[in-house]
Design a protein. Structure first.
Length: 372
């Protein structure tokens, strides 16, 4: 008699490129644990195309034109959200209230206030919402975090975090991009957030940010480049650059510790081969050899993160990339904007509900808040 547990039931909200590509592939890779049963999209043609693609992979997916209708009819265990950012808070809260767990594309919310609304919905429902930060979940990232946290590389001292990408005017012709109310910000929120989330994952709590931001090329409400100086609780100092103005695109993190430099260079995802460890002159070869990335190579991906969420669901515990852990990254973004627009340093915990940057990343600054 087959005693294998029943598969969980999943639904996707939004059937655009990120869901059709990354989320659908992730669900297929965990087909023994979870099945896709429903999809939601206001665009019927796009929804039907997605259902046909899923059917080609052996998935029978019911289509819905609204989230509420799907939640009432299907009662999924997990909802994966891949809609424009301005919809994330309301859709996540609705799924939580229906008793479903959530895995939502970044940014989970546009503000700290919205994030705290989701936290309240979690507490009321007993379900959890996790944000997609897939770069944390590759084996190379897990190995680096273990080495740094365990002190194997010595004390972290200096770090660099770089997201230098390129987006043209056609990219910003999409109506919701470049607007505070629909995207939450520029590359600080929509692009560089993956890399500095990984930096925080590796180095832990930040304590202070000083920053600058500018519109140098694009006609947008938000910035197209930002830079920051960051102090961490462990004493390390870091630079963070978020750009969509850079023809030679690269994503990079470098951390100089007392005994080694660890560096990750990639673009949209990494494998073990993208991580390099350089020992300090005083470190022996035998010790340095022990830092090599593990033989098993798990690329950073939606599939890797989905596996971690499914593990948490099976154990009935909070998933990674949720709660206070994910809030720290949203607070980092808000603090970077506040530091850039105010010209003053911002400390962790300093943006409270009475602060204008709690409810809007632009903080109502006259040079940055929407004028229409």
């Amino acid at each position: 008699m087959d005693q294998s547990p029943a598969r969980l039931r999943a639904a996707v909200v939004g059937t655009g490129a990120i869901v059709t590509g990354s989320h659908l592939s992730a669900l297929r890779s965990h087909a023994g644990r979870i099945e896709l049963v429903a999809a939601v999209d206001v665009d019927r043609e796009r929804l039907d195309a997605f259902r046909a693609t899923a059917a080609d992979g052996g998935m029978t997916v019911e289509g819905f034109g609204s989230l509420d209708a799907m939640l009432g009819a299907v009662r999924p265990d997990l909802v994966l959200i891949g809609t424009p950012p301005s919809l994330h808070r309301a859709q996540t809260v609705a799924a939580l209230e229906a008793g479903a767990w959530v895995l939502c594309e970044k940014p989970l919310t546009l503000t700290l206030a919205e994030y705290d609304e989701i936290a309240a919905a979690e507490a009321a429902s007993g379900a959890y919402a996790s944000v997609v930060f897939q770069h944390r979940y590759g084996s190379g990232a897990a190995h680096a975090r273990e080495l740094i946290a365990g002190g194997e590389l010595g004390a972290p001292l200096v770090a660099h975090c770089q997201t230098t990408w390129h987006r043209d005017s056609a990219y910003y012709a999409v109506p919701w991009r470049g607007r505070w109310s629909s995207e939450g910000g520029g590359p600080t929120m929509g692009h560089g957030i993956h890399q500095y989330d990984l930096l925080l994952h590796l180095l832990g709590d930040w304590t202070e940010i000083r920053a600058m931001a500018s519109r140098l090329v694009h006609d947008t409400e938000s910035e197209d480049v930002s830079t920051a100086l960051v102090r961490f609780a462990n004493g390390a100092l870091a630079t963070v650059v978020n750009s969509v103005l850079s023809p030679d695109e690269v994503s990079r993190i470098r951390i100089d510790c007392a005994d080694a430099t660890v560096e990750l260079t990639h673009l949209y995802g990494h494998t073990n081969a993208d991580w390099v460890y350089t020992p300090a002159p005083h470190v022996g070869a035998e010790r340095a050899d022990a830092w090599r990335t593990p033989a098993a190579d798990v690329p950073s991906s939606h599939a890797a993160q989905l596996g971690a969420v499914l593990d948490a669901m099976a154990a009935g515990v909070r998933p990674p990339g949720s709660g206070a852990d994910a809030r720290r990254t949203v607070e980092f973004a808000a603090a970077l904007y506040k530091a850039a627009f105010s010209g003053q340093p911002v400390h962790a915990g300093g943006i409270t509900p009475t602060d204008p940057y709690y409810t809007a990343m632009h903080g109502g600054h006259p040079d940055w808040s929407p004028q229409r």
